[in-house]
Design a protein around this ligand. Structure first.
Ligand code: ZN
Length: 428
């Protein structure tokens, strides 16, 4: 089989690798369909001094595929079942695991994270314990489901388990053009919150507004904390969604109302930031660190995808062999949505979805490049398109005639749609 390996820090290669041997007790083998790119891939690619690992390892931290084989004692998975893979190798028996708080597993350091500490998901076949797989409901395609374990579940966990965001509250989402940022805007709007968002360039403002954000600011031009207070009648916001770090930290604390909650899952602009402690206790602020998600959050994210309540915004779909370029695109922050690039397996482009407003979500030239490699079709308004994809046959009804859809074949998902509006999308 083929596998994408990190040979040394900063160097990837698509290589032949031995297929996994038959699954042992409690294990399954997954035939991988797609993997999605995240910042953790970038850290893994660049190399981190403190990461205990021995190269080469197979890349890929989140992805989706179908069960190819099950080992003895696995009763709840069958060949052909679509699943996503949870890359943090949990022990399954510590108090945290038994409580369903898998991201707090006491023994995670022993297992490590697939694609970072040990072989990951960018291979044609992956063998792992069946408990590390989560079923994908009908109607969710491979490219979409691939973003469930990290991007979607991380945000689900941050917003609802940790920040406890509810309808009617105001949330400030930083770097709203990123993978977790776009997902946070969509999920917060879906529960009825008011969303203020920051972006780092003028061109992203309209795109984030199109996602449904109530107000968007270029934080490089104006001070976002002053703006956020003005937007809330000088009160401040209920929740700040942080993942930028030093560049925004002090302002994020200032933007909070009394008793407000700051939840953070990352620090892309550096490691250390100063905190005004007087502000923390006088304003009764709560600062909550969040890393990863539990299995329940992954299933909750998949359910939102299946109901079309929230769908990921996918920057681009690229060949597996171009994984390195995808990482570079993310590092350069060139993409509008740099952290949810999805890769097709085996080396074919798969699909890209419309954003929540049904608008094209990627630069036209990139789309043309991808579509140029695929059969291209146009459909009139009201057209009904039947896709032969897995896990289920799917039907799309086009509202205004701008869909471009490639019907999948039996050799894997090759459907691509790019629509100004898909009216209905149902599994049949
Ligand atoms: Zn555990």
């Amino acid at each position: 089989m083929q596998a994408l390996r990190l040979i040394e820090d900063g160097r990837l290669a698509l290589e032949d690798a031995p297929e996994p041997t038959a699954p042992g007790a409690g294990e399954v083998i997954v035939r991988m369909k797609t993997v999605a790119l995240n910042h953790i891939d970038l850290w893994g690619f660049r190399g981190m001094a403190f990461a205990k690992r021995k190269l080469p390892i197979v890349a890929g931290v989140e992805g989706a595929g179908e069960i190819a084989a099950v080992g003895p004692g696995v009763a709840n998975r069958r060949p052909g079942d679509p699943v996503v893979l949870y890359a943090g190798m949990i022990c399954g028996h510590c108090p945290a695991c038994l409580r369903g708080q898998e991201n707090l597993c006491e023994n995670i350091a022993d297992g490590g994270i697939m694609g970072f500490h040990r072989d990951g998901l960018a291979a044609q076949y992956v063998r792992l314990p069946a408990r590390q797989t989560i079923p994908v409901p009908a109607g969710v395609d491979w490219a979409t489901s691939a973003t469930a374990p990290v991007t979607f579940a991380t945000v689900q966990h941050m917003l609802f388990d940790n920040a406890r965001l509810v309808a009617g509250e105001t949330i400030l989402v930083h770097a709203a053009g990123s993978g977790v940022g776009t997902t946070a805007v969509l999920m917060a709007k879906a529960v009825g919150a008011r969303v203020l968002a920051t972006v780092g360039s003028e061109e992203k403002i309209a795109r984030v507004e199109a996602l449904g954000a109530d107000a968007v600011l270029n934080y490089r031009k104006d001070r976002f904390e002053t703006w956020a207070r003005r937007q809330t009648g000088k009160k401040g916001v209920d929740v700040v969604f942080e993942h930028v770090g030093p560049d925004t930290w002090a302002g994020s604390l200032l933007a909070l109302k009394r008793g407000g909650r700051l939840v953070t899952c990352g620090s892309t602009s550096g490691i250390s930031a100063e905190t005004n402690l007087f502000q923390v206790f006088q304003q009764q602020l709560r600062i909550i660190g969040s890393f990863g998600a539990n299995f329940r959050n992954v299933a909750e994210g998949l359910a939102k995808m299946a109901s079309r309540e929230v769908l990921p915004v996918i920057d681009s779909v690229i060949d597996l062999a171009d994984f390195g370029q995808g990482l570079k695109r993310m590092a350069d922050r060139a993409g509008w949505n740099p952290t949810t690039t999805v890769l097709g397996w085996p080396g074919r482009a798969t699909m890209t979805g419309p954003d929540s407003a049904g608008r094209p979500n990627k630069p036209a030239e990139d789309l043309a490049r991808i579509l140029g490699r695929l059969e291209r079709r146009r459909f009139p308004a009201g057209a009904i398109i039947i896709g032969g994809g897995e896990p289920a046959e799917e039907m799309y009804i086009v509202e205004d005639g701008l869909a471009e859809v490639l019907i999948s074949d039996r050799n894997g998902l090759s459907k691509i749609f790019h629509s100004s509006r898909i009216l209905t999308h149902v599994a049949i």
